[in-house]
Design a protein around this ligand. Structure first.
Ligand code: FES
Length: 105
């Protein structure tokens, strides 16, 4: 069976400060890259509740709080952890190769 996934380089590990987030536009994707204690996670940047940009939210541990209406998601799974969000945010499988943060799309 063919593996149709494509791997994309999103950014360098050095582009994302410790315990913070970076917005990245690549191809037709707008992504939020999170550095949590040196581990990298990638989600869609757009909050599923509205126009909030998750990379501009407040990151505490693995939880990102949208700065629009304070909904929260777990950046590891995309699951909602606080309302008013109802729909999980899309996450991507991340690998780090050297200093390259890569995702499968
Ligand atoms: S737009 Fe993110 S919580 Fe409303």
């Amino acid at each position: 069976m063919n593996d149709l996934r494509t791997r994309l380089r999103v950014c360098s590990t050095e582009d994302v400060d410790w315990d913070s987030a970076l917005r990245v536009e690549i191809e037709d994707l707008v992504l939020a890259v999170f550095n949590v204690n040196g581990m990298f996670y990638v989600t869609d940047d757009l909050c599923t509740h509205g126009p909030g940009s998750l990379s501009e939210g407040f990151l505490e541990g693995h939880e990102i709080e949208c700065d629009f209406h304070n909904g929260k998601f777990d950046v590891r799974t995309g699951q909602v952890t606080a309302p008013p969000c109802m729909v999980p945010v899309k996450t991507y499988n991340v690998t780090v190769e050297g200093t390259d943060v890569m995702i499968d799309v």
